[in-house]
Design a protein around this ligand. Structure first.
Ligand code: AOS
Ligand code: ZN
Ligand code: ZN
Length: 429
């Protein structure tokens, strides 16, 4: 088929027009920051190295149980999904990985898929298992749960699926498995909480037993949905406990949308990093629940506070591995690629602002119990417009000064529609 690609020359060409005004704002900002003892080169370097995986399921339009409006030109094959991530990465230089979902994304030809990814300079991040849907030809149904099910044969089928997913990931060069378990109950009395948890523990241990030595297992938690009375792995404490029981290659995964309103997510991050158990991270934003809307569109200050803890942890917690970053969002009405560009920008922005915080000064103010100064230090960083730093990072890596503008001016979506047709449909959703 037609492969959609944006090469670096084209991006550089497009950058020309904004180069002078970028240089002015970058010089102004970096002068000011250097005066405040900020190492601007170090920040630029960190921003350009920060890579966020794109999940294969975020490239088509999402929906709700009331329906889904597909977006024209959305990818309908794994190859097309990889091409889409390639476009995002070319423009932003921040999306250097794709996260696959099995069985939605089972490759036909592994070598061809790997080569395609290499050609876009992207790697395969965590592979995700799916025991929340009944698959075609499946012997047993997950209607009443999978890893937690009362029935042993159903648990075994779910464990085997996870092992199959590991084996698919191995062939692609993935190094981690994410388990998001939808199991739970819809009504009080439906389940025995203790049995469900015990079965889940045993099932996870069986999966863990099949994990290669250089792999990690991420255990994602979520308080509700699709089950509306209880979820077996409802919170970080349950996930943390299960990960500890499994062993040192098992970690907790934090998805920003998986907390009850007003939870202190930044404190959860700090606790997990102290204990060396924060393995993965799913970015999104929400107003009510697991809304999965564009990162930074509702609570950018919270995102900044979370990044403050992440930066602290990355600097001070050698016991915690470098976390796996992923966007886990759903785009019901926007062009998914435009939404992902906005999300990547919001992530980099929060990260850059967190890097501006003078940790030594903050520590000093904390020791003096100067609460006002503590707040000032955080908010001075937060109120800085760091966008020229993001642009500079993209410029040095060959990305776009303004990814969204270039995306539109190159008519990427129009080209995708021409190549794939108006009625192309994302699979699996
Ligand atoms: C579900 O709410 C979780 O966020 C999962 O991480 C993810 O969205 C799912 O695995 C995709 O089907
Ligand atoms: Zn998630
Ligand atoms: Zn979610």
């Amino acid at each position: 088929g037609i492969i959609m690609r944006i090469d670096k020359d084209r991006i550089q060409d497009k950058n020309q027009k904004d180069l002078k005004s970028h240089q002015e704002s970058f010089d102004f900002l970096s002068n000011r920051l250097e005066k405040n003892n900020c190492n601007v080169n170090d920040i630029i370097d960190k921003l350009s190295k920060f890579q966020v995986a794109i999940p294969s399921w975020a490239l088509g339009a999402g929906g709700t149980r009331f329906g889904r409006f597909s977006f024209q030109g959305e990818p309908s094959t794994l190859e097309q999904k990889i091409d889409d991530v390639g476009i995002l990465h070319a423009l932003t230089q921040t999306a250097g990985a794709i996260s696959l979902h099995i069985p939605w994304d089972v490759p036909q030809d592994y070598e061809a898929i790997k080569q395609l990814a290499v050609s876009h300079n992207i790697i395969f991040d965590a592979v995700n298992s799916n025991t929340f849907q009944d698959q075609k030809n499946a012997e047993k149904s997950y209607r009443f749960g999978s890893l937690s099910n009362r029935e042993k044969t159903i648990r075994e089928q779910a464990v085997q699926h996870n092992i199959d997913v590991i084996n698919i990931g191995r062939k692609l060069g993935s190094k981690s498995l994410t388990v998001w378990l939808a199991d739970g109950s819809n009504f009080p009395g439906q389940n025995n909480f203790q049995n469900a948890l015990q079965h889940t523990q045993d099932s996870l241990k069986n999966i863990y037993g099949a994990l290669p030595d250089d792999w990690k297992m991420f255990i994602e938690y979520k308080p509700y949905e699709p089950n509306f009375y209880s979820t077996v792995i409802q919170d970080w404490g349950t996930s943390f406990m299960l990960a500890n029981e499994c062993g040192e290659k098992a970690y907790t995964l934090v998805d920003l949308g998986h907390h009850l309103p007003n939870s202190n997510i930044e404190q959860i991050v700090a606790t997990l990093m102290l204990k060396g158990k924060l393995g993965g991270f799913h970015f999104n934003d929400s107003k009510y629940g697991d809304d999965d809307i564009t990162v930074g569109s509702i609570k950018p200050y919270t995102l900044f506070l979370i990044f403050n803890e992440l930066v602290y942890g990355m600097n001070n917690n050698p016991q915690n591995p470098y976390p796996a970053w992923m966007i886990d969002a759903s785009h019901n009405i926007k062009d998914p690629l435009e939404d992902l560009i906005q999300s990547l920008e919001a992530i980099q922005e929060a990260y850059a602002k967190a890097l501006l915080i003078d940790q030594a000064q903050l520590r000093a103010a904390q020791i003096e119990n100067d609460v006002v100064r503590c707040q000032e230090i955080l908010q001075n960083a937060y109120r800085t417009d760091v966008r020229p730093l993001l642009q500079q990072a993209r410029l040095t890596t060959g990305g776009a000064l303004s990814p969204l503008h270039i995306y539109r001016s190159l008519k990427v979506r129009e080209n995708l529609i021409t190549a794939r047709g108006v009625n192309s449909k994302a699979v699996g959703l």
